[in-house]
Design a protein around this ligand. Structure first.
Ligand code: B3K
Ligand code: ZN
Length: 843
């Protein structure tokens, strides 16, 4: 398959004025009739009409009413056409046979669509590219009671409904839903006085689980008006929950379609983490209405234009609704676990890539999360007021257009007069920059010396220095802040920054709030780290200080067989018992770096990680924490019990997270007594799952796992948790055997992406199990990916990233991983999606 290159971008030969579609729905033979008005693009380079189309049976086609016979190729159709004409076409498709879940497909009797990035071409012939935008009118014909498409409903009658979306949009935002759905209704009045009907559409029985998503939607609508001056622009907004879905959710204009797990929540069935994710995904998809839909991407290389920005928007929204400090720590945690990992391996690519084979493979942590970090750095550099002026200008200047990263940066250059060309390297250079800092204090002046280096990545052997905003401060020996937060702008490979602190001794606090997505190296004594853990005013760096202490201690345990570091354990107690600190922050301080994080840290230091040794060290460290902190943990566990009904608010969730972090440690030394009691008495899923996970982790959860199964066997979303927690928490290398056994369970419906991920994907989250020395983890995953690929290439390709770190490990493991990857690569008829991924991973 051919690589698509950014450099080859050409404007479309034809533009679309208007689209009319009619769907005659049938599981095996849906007819799609299109009437599309085309006009030659003056900026195009001429040539015939070329329309994308895949897996379509062409019934008839006409130009200006006269039948035509276009040249039909496997992925497109071609015909000579006039400059301005009406294209009419009828095709047949079979939604029931669509197991790839892209285009029009069926999920439990309901019709739904997923068109981003290139699914519309599986529905009808069309210029399926984001820079072709048009208003759509859609008529849906079916006996099913609920018939939905984008925009506002303009007509309805026996067996049909007509929807009109007046806003120009690219085809990837098209959506259609039909089925027996229950509507949960609410409304919102915009700042512009528009009354908007809000609906969440779900399967019968799920209508009691929509309150939180609806509430999140209304809060998002209000927030976007206040934070960005953006109001909703139609009379109807709908969210539909679908069981079979390749990813999280999709921002189709006025008709967002969601993976059911990111909509449905009740205290008994959803955890605090589920509630938080629902809030942020509902917000994310809603925010796309302006950043993605009203202003879209010129081509798919510009994906970060909508995704990085929209992730940044949902992050700030969640921070405003909850706690910025806790949210930031969680974001960085996730960034390091997913994006730094990607950026350090064979799949590293720039935030704006320049080449791809299958675009679905570029919906990555780099595009999304590093893309969001870039927006955050931009705001740090120019300040919040200039940032808001810039986004106002962006919406004014580009509404209704398909744009590029250059357009985005230009508005900020225009409002600030600043040259952002060095900053733009963040979009073009892959790899996580390394920043090394050292310091000296001379006559009351703190001098920070920085060095930066961007590592080579596939296709980019050499790099230029970047513009990196580093937030710094300093804490005096007595614990008071001697330097409040300042921003240093690194622009050179080496650079010094002096600060008057009026003291002769202080500990610098560098990269506060994680002001840039870099790997920071700073020689620091355990004593100085403990000082920051106790006294830093920056919550991120306070947490980070504890994190670095834990990492150093764990590394010594893994490499030198050291005992758990008593100084680290001592330093935890005052934080744990400081009731002025947010409980959710304290819970984060108790968390240890993950096995995968430790493996990457070892690899970065040119040492070969041993997964079993890492897991054993973490286990020993947790046990030591439990013993050293038993009294305060037990006290907190008793005191933080919440009386009264469950509420998902951030404060209650914070208490539960600290209490359950305490439970997890205490279960190491109390024989599982507290966890068993909590499991039996739990009235909410957060406490139930926490108790069961703690038991399973310690090999004591068999009876409870069975009880959980019997209680929840009819609830698909809760059963996903049941599968996952057994795999993720399986002790030692037993995880692969556990996963293998679970794939034989009658409820393992492997064609459902959520269920597939709940077992096979979960194995990737159990480091010691996936990297088991006998290769059983690699083999199991490869077997299942080979099986899924012919049905669902997108989900398969995405899950190959479990292997992206394979070169970190010893020669035996590398040989086993390579064998598994080569087996996937050699599978007959392997999809373009999976083939691109394994080729890149094999390197
Ligand atoms: N834009 C969609 C992702 C589509 C993925 C296509 N493979 C969801 C989101 O980012 O909001
Ligand atoms: Zn998005």
């Amino acid at each position: 398959p051919r690589a698509i290159k950014l450099a080859d971008y050409r404007p479309p030969a034809y533009l679309v004025e208007d689209v009319k579609l009619t769907f005659r729905l049938d599981p095996k033979a849906t007819r799609v009739l299109s009437a599309i008005r085309f006009r030659r693009n003056p900026e195009g380079d001429g040539g015939p009409l070329r329309l994308d189309g895949e897996g379509l049976r062409l019934i008839r086609a006409a130009i200006d009413g006269a039948e035509v016979t276009p040249k039909v190729l496997p992925e497109e159709l071609e015909i000579e056409a006039p400059d301005d004409f009406l294209w009419e076409c009828e095709v047949e498709i079979a939604p029931e046979d669509n197991t790839a879940l892209e285009g029009l497909y069926m999920s439990k009797g309901m019709y739904c669509t997923q068109c981003e990035a290139q699914g519309f071409r599986k529905i009808t012939y069309y210029p399926d590219r984001p820079d072709v935008m048009a208003p759509f009118e859609v008529r849906v014909e079916s006996d099913l009671p609920v018939l939905l498409s984008n925009g506002d409903k303009v007509e309805t009658g026996e067996g049909y409904a007509v929807w009109r979306d007046p806003w120009k949009k690219p085809a990837y935002l098209f959506a259609l839903v039909a089925g027996e759905l229950i509507e949960v209704r609410d409304s919102f009045t915009t700042s512009e006085g528009r009354h908007v009907a809000l609906s969440i559409w779900v399967r019968k029985g799920d209508e009691t689980r929509c309150d939180y998503a609806m509430d999140s939607l209304k809060r998002s609508m209000k927030w976007d008006e206040e934070a960005y001056g953006r109001a909703y622009d139609l009379d109807q907004f709908s969210i539909v929950a679908v069981d079979d879905f390749n990813m999280g959710a999709m921002e189709n204009k006025a008709l967002n379609i969601f993976n059911a797990r990111y909509v449905l929540a009740s205290p008994e069935t959803a955890t605090d983490a589920d509630y938080a994710r629902i809030e942020s995904i509902v917000a994310h998809e809603y925010f796309h209405n302006w950043t993605g839909n009203r202003i879209t991407c010129r081509d798919w290389f510009q994906l970060c234009l909508k995704e990085g920005l929209t992730v940044f928007r949902d992050q700030i929204f969640s921070g405003d609704e909850r706690s910025h400090a806790v949210k930031r720590i969680e974001e960085v945690h996730q960034l390091r676990a997913r994006q730094f990992r990607e950026d350090a391996g064979p799949l590293a690519h720039p935030v704006r890539p320049t080449s791809y084979i299958e675009i679905n493979n570029f919906y990555t942590a780099t595009v999304y999360e590093k893309g969001a970090e870039i927006i955050g750095m931009l705001r740090t550099l120019i300040g919040p007021e200039a940032y808001r002026k810039g986004t106002d200008l962006y919406f004014d200047r580009h509404d209704g257009q398909a744009c590029t990263i250059e357009d985005w940066l230009q508005v900020f250059e225009d409002v600030t007069g600043r040259d952002l060309s060095q900053f733009a390297l963040w979009y073009h250079q892959a790899g996580t920059p390394r920043v090394t800092v050292s310091h000296r204090i001379e006559a009351g002046t703190l001098v920070l010396s920085f060095r930066q280096e961007v590592p080579a990545t596939p296709g980019q052997p050499t790099k230029q220095p970047m513009l990196i905003p580093i937030a710094v401060g300093a804490i005096g020996r007595d614990g008071t802040e001697v330097l409040p937060t300042q921003i240093v702008e690194l622009t050179e490979a080496e650079q010094e920054a002096p600060f008057e602190i009026g003291a002769d001794d202080a500990v610098p606090s560098v990269l506060r709030n994680f002001s840039a997505p870099v790997i920071l190296t700073q020689e620091m004594s355990a004593e100085d780290r403990a000082l920051l853990l106790a006294h830093d005013t920056d919550p991120f760096n306070k947490w980070e200080a504890g994190r670095q202490l834990a990492k150093t201690a764990l590394l010594r345990m893994v490499t030198d067989g050291a005992e758990p570091d008593a100084a680290y354990l001592d330093a935890l107690e005052p934080v744990l018992t400081d009731d002025r600190l947010d409980p959710s922050f304290r819970a984060l301080v108790l968390g240890l770096p993950s096995d995968d994080d430790m493996a990457q840290t070892l690899a970065d230091a040119n040492s070969t990680p041993d997964p079993e040794a890492i897991a054993a060290a973490r286990r020993r460290m947790s046990e030591a924490m439990a013993r050293r902190l038993e009294a305060p943990l037990a006290e907190l566990y008793d005191r933080l019990r919440i009386e009264g009904p469950y509420s998902p608010d951030a404060e209650s969730a914070g208490k539960r997270s600290l209490r359950n972090a305490a439970l997890s440690l205490l279960t190491k030394i109390d024989g599982g007594e507290r966890a068993r009691t909590q499991f039996a008495a739990a009235d909410n899923m957060t406490d139930e799952v926490a108790a069961l996970s703690a038991l399973v982790r310690n090999g004591r959860g068999d009876d409870e796992a069975q009880a959980f199964h019997d209680r929840w066997k009819d609830d698909r979303l809760v059963m996903d948790k049941w599968f996952t927690l057994q795999v993720v928490n399986a002790p030692g290398a037993s995880g692969a055997a556990v996963a293998d056994r679970l794939t034989q369970h009658e409820a393992f419906d492997w064609k459902n992406p959520n269920r597939f991920r709940s077992v096979i994907g979960a194995l990737g989250a159990n480091h010691a199990a996936f990297h088991a020395a006998d290769g059983s983890g690699y083999r199991l995953v490869a077997d299942w990916l080979i099986r899924l690929d012919p049905l669902n290439p997108q989900t398969t390709a995405r899950m190959t990233t479990m292997f992206e770190t394979w070169t970190r490990y010893d020669a035996d493991r590398r040989a086993l991983a390579q064998e598994a990857l080569e087996r996937i690569a050699g599978a007959e008829g392997l999809s373009r999606d999976t083939s691109e991924m394994v080729t890149r991973i094999l390197g």
